[in-house]
Structures are given as structure tokens and as C-alpha cells.
Design a protein around this ligand. Structure first.
Ligand SMILES: Cc1ncc(COP(=O)(O)O)c(C=O)c1O
Length: 304
């Protein structure tokens, strides 16, 4: 199982490639939330999302070319890390993937294979291709890499009493729990997922990984199953104190708050933590870390 030693090793890897991201407060955000918020700007990464930390850490330890499946930020992160380490990356995406997302991955030098109608079809096809298959969730090195964001956050803001983390596969939440348990045990970690795709939420509540409907329009939160490795890290740390489900419309509203009150662009998954703070103030303390995990919106989302 993962330990803080893995996180400290990951920090050396990540720091060789990326500067820390900012984390600070905005008076107009505090006003709307009725408490002090510390926004962790993972939307300021070169790939537009926190996932690049995990990909750098994972690929730093591999000699092989890699194959993965994703439409979004995981794909872009693997492509970015592959370029940094001189590896070839192949990403399988469903045939209907948004053109801009395909181009973002190709522009980093990775090969995109379009296959099937759903992510499960893309996963199945990826399994047939040569190279080390990288799961978007069940990879301890991804969690250790992502955990470097939480080390930065707690070192800079040791007084946080709550940190709210958006959850898809659960690598971010597992990372937050791992680091909080070690360096900020007083800090409650709270997960948030879309009510229209509650697989991670239901897996955590029920104590075993389950499949659920996946009908959210929020890309980074759109998963239909729980992932074993992150769920195990979350369970063992005992640091996740609650898990909130929010409606997609509430996430859109939170994107607007971030744009207008913090001058920052968040994609839906990146605004989900704020949506949870606004929906469940009763679960929040006085000093709340809000992870804005990504920036990558589509034109449609921008319009909305
Ligand atoms: C911007 C963003 N936020 C949050 C998540 C959820 O992260 P995880 O899959 O590690 O739970 C993702 C996943 O792709 C994402 O892209």
C-alpha cells in the first residue's frame, strides 16, 4: 500500500518538471461561501488539470511505451508525460470524442485511436494494443503523483479544517486522504461527485466497488464504476468524512461563481468542490480547501 515515502519520492519527480500551483483566497468567494476558502489552482497546470502530476510520476518509473483509454484529462496527462520522458503513448478514445480533445492529445505527440461507442469499448480495444496498459484509476503511482498537490496545499495552509475534492475514479480523493492522514489529520476530506454518476460515492458508502449509471455531462466525473486501488486507499486512511452528490446544474453555477468572483476558468469537474461547499455548508469548517482540479471546457460549456 502507498505511504508518504511514495509521495515524497513523487514530489522530486514532479518538481523536476512542474512548478507548484498557487493556492490562495478571494474575498468575493469567501463572501458567497460564508467562510474562508483556499482555492488550489490545479487548473493552472500546462495540461489544464491535476492529472499531469500522476502521469509524470508513473512514467518516470517505466521504460515501456504506454497505452491508455480516456477522452479527457487523463489522456492529455499521459501524452504530456510521455513527451517529457521520450516514450510513445497511444490513447484509445470512443469514436465520438470531441475533436478538440483529440487534437489536444495529438498536439502533445501521442497517437489517438478512435474505437467504439463507449469508454468500455475503448478500454477493451486498448487491452489488445502493444505497450504497458495504464489504468486511469488503479495505479498507485498515479495517486502518489497526484498527492503532491495536497502536500503543497497543506504545507502552505496548515490550518485548513476541511478539504473538498472532486471524484471520478478516486485518485484525487485517495491522494488527499493519504496526505491529510500524515500531515494534517485534523483536516476532514470530503468527496464530491455528480448525482448523475454516483459509482464512486456508492462504492465508498457500501464498502465495495460497484457499477452505476453514468449520465452526467461533467467529463472528469463521468465514470460508471468504482476503482479498487483508490477506494482501498480512501478506506484505509479513514480520512474521508463525507461524500456529497451534486446536480450538474449546480456545478455549472459554481463554474460561473469561479469565473466572476475568482477570475478563473474551471471545467465542471473543477468547479464541483465549490458546488459541494455551496450545497452543504453544514459539512464545512471555517477554513476550506477547494480544489479547482481542471480548466478544460468545451465551447458548449463556455456558452452555458
Ligand atoms: C478536472 C478533473 N477533476 C476531477 C477529476 C476526478 O479525478 P479522479 O478520477 O482522480 O477521481 C478528473 C478526472 O478526470 C478531472 O479531469
Amino acid at each position: 500500500m502507498l505511504t508518504m515515502n511514495d509521495v515524497l519520492r513523487a514530489r522530486r519527480v514532479v518538481a523536476a518538471h512542474l512548478p507548484p500551483t498557487p493556492s490562495w483566497s478571494y474575498p468575493l468567494m469567501d463572501e458567497v461561501a460564508g467562510r474562508r476558502l483556499v482555492v488550489k489552482h490545479e487548473n493552472a497546470q500546462p495540461t489544464g488539470a491535476f492529472k499531469v502530476r500522476g502521469a509524470l510520476n508513473l512514467l518516470s518509473g517505466l521504460r515501456d511505451d504506454v497505452v491508455t483509454y480516456s477522452t479527457g484529462n487523463h489522456a492529455r496527462a499521459i501524452a504530456y508525460a510521455a513527451r517529457e520522458f521520450g516514450r510513445r503513448a497511444t490513447v484509445v478514445m470512443p469514436a465520438a470524442a470531441a475533436e478538440l480533445k483529440v487534437r489536444a492529445v495529438e498536439a502533445l505527440g501521442a497517437a489517438v485511436v478512435l474505437h467504439g461507442a463507449r469508454m468500455a469499448d475503448a478500454e477493451e480495444h486498448a487491452r489488445t494494443l502493444p505497450g504497458r496498459l495504464v489504468s486511469p484509476g488503479d495505479e498507485p503511482e498515479l495517486i502518489a503523483g497526484v498527492a503532491t498537490a495536497y502536500l503543497e496545499l497543506f504545507e502552505r495552509h496548515p490550518g485548513l479544517d476541511t478539504v473538498v475534492v472532486p471524484v471520478g475514479s478516486g485518485t484525487g480523493a485517495a491522494a488527499a486522504c493519504l496526505v491529510a492522514a500524515a500531515v494534517a489529520p485534523q483536516c476532514r476530506v470530503i468527496g464530491v461527485q455528480s448525482a448523475a454518476a454516483p459509482a464512486a460515492h456508492d462504492s465508498w458508502r457500501g464498502g465495495r466497488c460497484v457499477y452505476r449509471g453514468n449520465h452526467t455531462r461533467i467529463d472528469g466525473l463521468a465514470t460508471g464504476r468504482g476503482f479498487e486501488v483508490p477506494q482501498a486507499v480512501i478506506r484505509e486512511s479513514r480520512q474521508l468524512k463525507d461524500f456529497v452528490l451534486v446536480e450538474d446544474d449546480a456545478i455549472d453555477a459554481a463554474c460561473r461563481v469561479l469565473a466572476l468572483r475568482a477570475g478563473t476558468q474551471a471545467e465542471g469537474a473543477g468547479a464541483a468542490a465549490l458546488a459541494a461547499v455551496l450545497q452543504r455548508p453544514d459539512l464545512m469548517g471555517d477554513a476550506v480547501g477547494v480544489v479547482v482540479s481542471g480548466a478544460n471546457i468545451t465551447e458548449l460549456e463556455l456558452a452555458r
